[in-house]
Write a new protein. Structure first.
Length: 626
């Protein structure tokens, strides 16, 4: 009893002097001056900004954080003396030996205030979870900060910080710490998919020794992302081709219906149906009495689609697929013609050496030769879905124009995007019965590098992956088969930005809606997001406000600081004010996984384990060879 009383007498710093909501003014006893105090072998950290204090209200212990320290002149009779005051912000109270955040209890005037021993502080930060990871040490108290795995990873996480602040190291450290804790059985129950915009993590041992790396490129054919053919639905192509809702998406739907119409047959029957359809289309087109430039372009595109689908490597072997058609004006209309060759003995050749297709005999001869060349074409060993879609798209545009279902000018942007992106799609995707996760199931983390993609594909692929994986997981998730998907997006401002001049407002809204739905609704389906960015102000405020836990490194830009202040409710003023002056590797960890914001130093990974995000050493480049 004497020891308890002696310890209380020693650790007492003063009394509550004023209460203003959650802020409490404490008048400090005059004898406290040293930074650390010792009593019976215990270390007590003396009063300091950011430190924790306890207020005893009868049998209730209230915890507050020091946010301000100041001197105030007070008149005592005829003398003016300087008194020392602290301002505390109440963060919670001790309940069953643990800090419980909130304002369930507030102090009364004259309640005594005490500094905390190292043991008290350890208890506050103590983790009772069976499984946890170590995040580093708190800077104010030098206490090891641990966090329960479930509390952190069953939540949406944000990691923010300017270049060089340690953001990339924190992301890599947190995921590596988790990977080292998990048993192999967890690999079949959870998957982490990392979208790596700058190629920082898709290398060597960064994040995890056994992660599966996929390096995508639109510059050359390298590694490909294998996705299921089931993904290739209306939404897939609408995203990839940035289709408008009311005109272009219905056209894509009709194209897919045609694809399915051909696919339902066996290969030989499919070829027969396709060749018949092409013959009828060719007949209808060259028989058109008023042939326009638009129809001329469509015909040429159709020939390209035919050669791609049948994998024609020597087009000159099939003369009718390599015609150099031209248009000539015939009064108020245009007609199709081409130059005659010695082999064209069954045609009526004009004296100028041309074959005109407003002549019935010429049309019949051309269709006959076209059909003969189609029948000679070899059946592809394996049907290429991309080429089949290309062929059906060009057939569909002809059918829809014939049936007056479309205005060509409304649909042509989708066609042009497809023709432009077909090579890019071929370089990036493989299509099969299984996706990249199912083909390589023995991994926890799948790192997809987007560094070598062009700007358009950098926006499309993350959107596709998130939408399709999220929707597929929602369907598969049942109470009897619980699995989780964790979508990790580095440099998230590239895809989650609210401001973009490269896309229409309608498309931007659609892009953000996909991610906002995943972050607002995903938790109930076992889908969690981890986003990292150096520019939180560029990210949708809806997304930032839905983050449950945050690691906030140094931020100096005023817009970024405002974004954090506007969207993050669980950060105190002291922590917020320290953001512009944090050292590299220092971060404020706050959110639902911790009872109080804590400033910590995240351990720096060994060089071989670090992501490739270090700043170039100019002195080494410029002076090492001198």
């Amino acid at each position: 009893m004497k020891n308890v009383l002696a310890e209380k007498a020693f650790s007492k710093i003063g009394k509550v002097f004023e209460i203003n909501g959650r802020n409490v003014i404490v008048k400090v006893d005059s004898h406290l001056r040293k930074s650390n105090l010792f009593h019976n072998g215990n270390i007590y950290k003396n009063i300091g900004i950011g430190g924790l204090m306890k207020i005893e209200k009868d049998y209730i212990v209230i915890i507050g954080k020091v946010i301000k320290e100041y001197l105030k002149e007070i008149r005592v009779q005829d003398n003016i003396i300087e008194e020392r005051f602290l301002e505390l912000s109440v963060i919670g109270n001790i309940y069953q030996g643990k800090l419980k955040r909130g304002l369930a209890e507030l102090p009364n005037l004259f309640n005594e205030v005490f500094i905390l021993s190292e043991g008290d502080i350890n208890k506050i930060y103590e983790v009772n979870d069976e499984h946890y990871i170590n995040l580093g040490n708190s800077i104010f108290d030098d206490i090891s900060i641990k966090v329960g795995i479930n509390k952190l990873f069953a939540s949406h996480i944000g990691i923010f910080g300017n270049t060089g602040s340690g953001k990339s190291n924190t992301l890599s450290y947190v995921l590596r710490s988790l990977n080292e804790k998990l048993p192999a059985v967890a690999y079949s129950k959870s998957k982490f998919i990392l979208l790596d915009f700058n190629g920082e993590y898709t290398n060597g041992e960064s994040i995890a020794d056994n992660k599966y790396n996929i390096n995508l490129s639109t510059r050359s054919v390298s590694e490909k992302l294998t996705i299921k053919e089931d993904w290739l639905d209306e939404e897939f192509w609408s995203i990839l081709l940035q289709a408008t809702e009311k005109t272009q998406k219905p056209f894509i739907k009709r194209t897919l219906d045609l694809v399915e119409h051909f696919k339902k047959d066996d290969k030989q029957e499919m070829m027969r149906h396709i060749k018949n359809a092409l013959t009828k289309v060719m007949d209808a087109m060259i028989s058109t009495p008023t042939f326009t430039k638009k129809e001329y372009d469509i015909l040429l595109n159709l020939f390209n689609a035919i050669k791609s689908f049948f994998e024609v490597t020597d087009p000159y072997r099939y003369a009718s697929l390599n015609r150099n058609y031209q248009l000539y004006s015939n009064g108020n209309s245009n007609s199709l013609f081409r130059k005659a060759f010695e082999t064209d003995t069954s045609y009526v050749v004009h004296k100028n050496g041309n074959i005109y297709f407003n002549v019935k005999e010429n049309r019949e001869a051309e269709i006959h030769n076209f059909r003969s060349d189609l029948l000679k074409l070899d059946v592809p060993e394996q049907i290429n879905y991309l080429n089949l879609f290309h062929l059906c798209m060009d057939l569909r545009i002809i059918y829809d124009l014939r049936d007056n279902l479309i205005i060509y000018e409304n649909i042509s942007p989708v066609l042009m995007r497809f023709y432009k992106r077909k090579k890019e799609i071929h370089k990036v995707f493989d299509f099969g019965k299984q996706d990249f996760i199912e083909l390589h199931p023995n991994h926890l983390i799948y790192s997809i590098s987007l560094k070598e993609l062009n700007i358009d594909m950098k926006k499309m692929i993350p959107l596709l992956i998130v939408k399709k994986i999220y929707e597929e997981h929602k369907v598969k998730q049942t109470s009897s088969s619980l699995q989780t998907i964790h979508l990790v997006i580095d440099e998230a401002h590239n895809i989650l930005s609210e401001d973009s001049n490269r896309e229409s407002e309608q498309w931007k809204d659609y892009r953000l809606e996909v991610f906002e739905e995943a972050i607002k609704e995903g938790r109930k389906f076992g889908v969690f997001l981890i986003i990292a960015s150096q520019r939180p102000s560029d990210i949708s405020s809806t997304i930032v406000s839905q983050l449950h836990n945050l690691f906030i490194h140094r931020l100096v830009n005023e817009l970024d600081l405002r974004a954090i202040a506007r969207s993050v409710s669980f950060i105190d003023k002291l922590s917020f004010d320290s953001l512009p002056i944090l050292s590299s590797g220092d971060a404020i960890f706050t959110g639902t996984a911790t009872e109080s914001p804590v400033l910590l130093k995240v351990p720096l990974l060994d060089k071989s384990l670090q992501p490739k995000s270090e700043t170039i050493d100019l002195e080494k480049i410029w002076f090492d060879d001198i």
